[in-house]
Design a binder for this molecule. Sequence first.
Ligand code: GDP
Ligand code: IMO
Ligand code: MG
Length: 434
Amino acid sequence: MNKQITVIVGTQWGDEGKGKITDFFAREMDYVVRFQGGNNAGHTIIVDDKTYKLHLTPSGVINPNVTNIIGNGVVVDPKVLLKEIHGLKQQGINPQLLVSQRAHVIMPYHIAMDECLTGHQGKLAAGSTKRGIAPVFADKAYRHGIRMGDLLEPKIFKEKLEKSYNFNKRIIEKVFELKFDREFETIYHEYLGYGEKLKKNIYDTELELFNAFKFGQKILFEGAQGMSLDPDHGMYPHGTSSNNVAGYSEVGSGVGFNKPKKVVGIMKAYVSRVGTSPFTTELHDETSDFIREKGLEFGTTTGRPRRVGWLDLVQIRQAVRTSGITDITITKLDVLSGLPKIKVCVAYKVNGKITTEMPASLEAMRIAIPVYKTLPGWGEFDTKLKTKVKTGGYSQLPENVRIYIKFIEYHIKCKISIISFGADRNDTITRLSS
Ligand code: GDP
Ligand code: IMO
Ligand code: MG
């Protein structure tokens, strides 16, 4: 990572392995920054047989020399954050963590509202993680949201909470006709308590990052979710409520860098999806069972079985374009090992017409038929092969893996420069090491 600024983004439906790759590069970084999303994200990182499960803390936390920042663009559930910090401490990690005073707070009524909304949206719902994400971003836009800094100012907090609490309670009870019986005073004191506990972490992170940048420190932005979940560029309305394309890294951290960045798009060797939406390459056969079981495709946040399907290059092409991706990381190549043939979607057929670009139309996405090319499979990434690849680099990958990689590069016009073939931090090579 030779650039001062690197941004990691998901190119599919999330869960591509962003956490693993962020951790892999964190050792070269001074700062790791989350800039959007909330605890709808879930990342699993494995280092030397130790497993870390993160939702809110940036995936730089396992590296003791990194300062981790939860930027202003993130929404924070302080209860979840405190639990996560506690869990990390129990695992021997004392995270260096700063939280923007401008980051919005997920309140209990946001979680209740999320439940109401999902029911209301029916077929158009995304199948939310029920963490209060859409309601908290809605309150931010309505301009009666609560920010982390407010938890340190009892008078201002009370003034704002009155607006936010009453608004949400009335909608839950009057529009959705459900009960929201958490008392105002109880919530007020509970959240002041969280503010007290997080006092040392709540900070002017925008200024901190600006100064770090000025002094030449290396900064890695860690995106949550993936391009198809982006509210502008994804498969709206089946997505999340914060932008996850790389351009949002400056909005969600408060620093205009005005400098070329390295943008790394994380791409699973196949596709997985939690939640509801059209999914053009979805599989419902023994291959999907094979991939789900071998790839452990069950959500880190919700435990839901992930839907799985073949790699979709229409989706990746759009991700490369919308985020200005300079490098692709391919993950989970080992999961496809053992399949005799592997399909890749290179275009869609919509009403008899071929398109290689993602349609904006939901109707088109509901009826799109994948156009596949079939490639040969490869054998297991056993310990012997992994050692060979880690010592010898790219050229030591099985020939059919290299064919797969070259095929993808040709179709998306972007280099695959990082290759991951196991969940452990060290089951990774960069192309330069070949
Ligand atoms: P994220 O949300 O993008 O950070 O991804 P998740 O952590 O939710 O899901 C990715 C899952 O795949 C995690 O359980 C990782 O440990 C695992 N993983 C990441 N890279 C690889 C890989 O190359 N091979 C295998 N087998 N597992 C991987
Ligand atoms: P990471 O960072 C996979 C999906 C949900 C749902 C939609 C909206 O681990 O890749 P929300 O709770 O945000 O209102 O849900 O977005 N979703 C994710 N799917 N990985 C994630 O994060 C996700 N975050 C949200 O399943 O379809
Ligand atoms: Mg995840």
